[in-house]
Design a protein around this ligand. Structure first.
Ligand code: GLA
Ligand code: GLA
Length: 683
């Protein structure tokens, strides 16, 4: 018996050593990856080889596989088939292509939801979703989580040590909620944990209003869009926590058998506000998002802000897990990006700190809901016209990868972003045209144009590294957020609050102190009254003569140290000649409040003032209009990505001699055609 055990131990050790050796022999993937979404389950194996050969020729180094293939992996309950996936990973590896595995939980098999109908989500109108699309599952349902945990565990047991599998994507684009009675009970229990007693909840939500008071937890409804602001906000927090635990369920299943080398991520959707991403991203190794233009063309400012938002989730480099090869299929007009624009967009992503750009998708399924979506090869498996541009990107990524390895963006300016605040404004816009994301971008754009690098982070993030912190529309401010901002100013930072800031506490309850509530004492002034505007009002002062639009707050100063930088002109009588922007020095720090949504030209002047008064230095220096600069830093070098979004060719003189990474040679100037790209390295 003892000998037998020893033999087993010896055999196991040999297998383990062989496995470890196999892993050691595989080189780690390059720092910068070109990728594609590939669906081998949709094709006979005989087809794979020609697809993979074309991928290799284009410089594709990563495929994301499996994220909707549940029925192929588990064709019947408890019966697994991973052979095909094993073959697909191996086939890709022979072409130098690494795999990211998606857990398939966004697309449950029909047998599952038929046998366990409670796993289907209930829509807000009370009807059940059905099989035939995707995301029809109930994210809060325990039975669904059991199946999700199981399929993730099965995959991890099989591929957790596969040397060609570099990471995992959990599910796909978390989005939809469920409104069934069991989920409502979970919400009520969640509230009980958070508030302890009904007295506490009733007081904090001011439920004497409209007899909303609750005498039993089971009375609390789910409200979305219109309802008690405290309840609305807490439902979204419950939704966020539930996505977090939904995800954790799968992370734990994977981590139980996966090599720590394999990262875990999920793919989010830019500004999508269906959950608090800062909550959900905590448990991930890497942030990743799906970057789609849809109709029209790339807006480098708004899209750049989305990149920076995603980089801010983990405060480090991220991935673009999906992006459009030319066009999508879901916009009103699915126009293609221009020739050259796909490449410009890829480098714009890398510049903002993406380490991977992956196209959705390689090749269209022959049937299914997305037959018209852009691809890199056609249904015949032959390249479409865009293929050569993708291959150019692949070739350039390969060249630039060793230079970009270990580099990441770093900024002296932070723009703060808060889901609580965006939700709170969205639910009570007060001016129907008020868009909280547009407000954020209205500050971000001109600041980035001067500073050439901006971080987008939560109000609770570490701020001491920034010279300037700008909080547009930070409407809801928690105690922790307020403390973080007060400490920042007291330690010498410059905090700029944008219109609608610091109005409500973490229960979405009005502060009894006028805006900016807990920051008013530091500011030495406050908001006397806010006005939704039907027409722009004049503003004048340090930022020039311009207009306030959509929203105007009448400010006043209490402290003699608070200066008035801008005043309103003659408008509705109330605002006439009243302060619109005030600022106060606090030791070495400063706090400023901008009470009006400034027009573009005035905002540019405001940004210039903020940058100058805070001592922020541009990362690169002057560039022609339309040319974007993106710095990525390592200890021993800075790499600048330059992209020309202007309509005509532009010449950029470099602040010093730099190495041209794509074309070779030392340069003092570069000339970029429209959508032209340069990657420049400086010591
Ligand atoms: C109605 C209602 C009030 C209040 C006002 C607001 O008149 O009776 O309770 O909601 O509208 O304008
Ligand atoms: C999303 C999804 C993909 C695909 C694309 C199409 O990003 O994650 O599966 O449907 O949209 O644009």
């Amino acid at each position: 018996m003892r000998n037998w055990i020893l033999l087993v131990v010896a055999v196991c050790a040999t297998i383990l050593a062989a496995a470890q050796q196999a892993e050691q022999q595989v080189a780690p993937p390059p720092a910068i990856l070109l990728g594609a979404a590939w669906y081998p389950e949709q094709w006979p194996e005989s087809q794979w080889e020609s697809d993979l050969a074309l991928m290799q020729k284009a410089g594709v180094r990563m495929v994301r596989v499996g994220e909707f293939a549940w029925v192929r992996m588990e064709p019947a309950e408890g019966q697994y088939d991973f052979g095909w996936l094993e073959h697909a990973i191996a086939a890709a590896s022979k072409h130098g292509i690494y795999t990211v595995l998606g857990t398939p939980t966004a697309a449950p098999p029909a047998w599952l939801t038929q046998k366990y109908p409670e796993t289907l989500r209930t829509k807000e109108d009370g009807t059940k979703d059905q099989h035939g699309n995707r995301q029809q599952f109930n994210w809060a349902n325990p039975k669904y989580r059991e199946f999700a945990r199981n399929i993730a565990a099965q995959m991890a047991q099989r591929f957790g040590h596969n040397p060609y599998v570099i990471g995992w994507q959990i599910d796909n684009e978390y989005a939809d909620q469920s409104f069934d009675p069991e989920t409502k009970r979970q919400f009520q229990n969640w509230l009980k944990v958070r508030y302890g007693t009904l007295n506490n909840l009733n007081a904090r939500w001011t439920t004497q209003y409209w007899s909303e008071a609750y005498t039993d937890w089971s009375q609390i409804p789910i409200q979305t869009g219109y309802g008690n602001p405290g309840l609305l906000l807490n439902w979204m927090r419950f939704v966020s926590d539930t996505w977090r635990s939904y995800q954790k369920n799968q992370i734990d299943a994977i981590r139980a058998s996966a090599d720590p080398r394999q990262f875990i991520t999920t793919n989010t959707m830019g500004w999508f506000d269906g959950f608090d991403h800062y909550t959900v991203e905590q448990d991930l190794d890497l942030a990743a998002w799906d970057d789609y233009v849809g109709q029209g063309h790339l807006d480098p400012v708004r899209n750049g802000a989305s990149h920076d938002l995603t980089r801010g989730f983990k405060r480090k480099n991220f991935w673009v897990m999906e992006t459009q090869p030319g066009s999508v299929n879901w916009a009103r007009i699915n126009n293609s990006l221009d020739k050259g624009e796909v490449r410009a967009m890829a480098w714009h992503a890398i510049g903002h700190g993406a380490d991977t750009v992956s196209y959705w998708q390689w090749r269209s399924a022959l049937n299914g809901q997305e037959e018209y979506h852009g691809t890199i090869v056609g249904p015949d498996g032959a390249p479409v016209p865009l293929y050569d541009e993708i291959a150019q990107i692949g070739n350039e990524f390969a060249k630039a990868s060793p230079v970009l390895a270990g580099t990441s963006p770093k900024s002296e300016v932070a723009v703060l972003h808060s889901y609580d605040s965006r939700w709170a404004i969205k639910w009570q816009k007060h001016n129907g045209d008020y868009d909280p994301v547009k407000e954020i971008v209205s500050y971000y754009g001109p600041l980035r144009a001067i500073a050439q690098s901006v971080d987008v982070v939560a109000e609770t993030a570490p701020l001491s590294g920034y010279k300037l912190v700008v909080a547009p529309g930070l409407n809801v401010l928690s105690d922790a957020g307020a403390k973080n901002l007060i400490d920042y100013v007291n330690n010498g930072g410059h905090l700029v609050l944008g219109q609608r800031s610091a109005m409500k506490d973490a229960d979405n309850t009005l502060f009894t102190e006028r805006q900016p509530g807990p920051l008013a004492a530091l500011l030495g002034g406050h908001v006397e009254q806010y006005y939704a505007l039907e027409a722009p009002v004049p503003v004048e002062g340090s930022f020039g003569n311009g207009q306030g639009q959509l929203w105007a707050e009448m400010l006043s100063t209490k402290d003699a140290g608070a200066e008035v930088l801008m005043r309103y002109g003659v408008s509705n009588g109330w605002l006439d000649h009243q302060p619109a922007v005030i600022s106060r020095k606090v030791g070495k720090g400063r706090i400023t409040y901008i009470g009006a949504w400034l027009d573009d030209a005035t905002m540019r002047n405001a940004a210039k003032w903020m940058i100058e008064v805070s001592g922020v230095r541009p990362a690169f220096g002057a560039v022609p209009e339309g040319v974007d600069v993106y710095p990525r830093y390592a200890a021993d070098k800075t790499v600048y990505v330059l992209v020309n979004f202007a309509k005509t060719s532009q010449t950029v003189s470099l602040p010093k001699e730099m190495q041209d990474v794509l074309k070779g040679g030392a340069k003092k100037t570069v000339t970029l055609p429209r959508y032209g790209v340069a990657v420049l390295s400086a010591r």
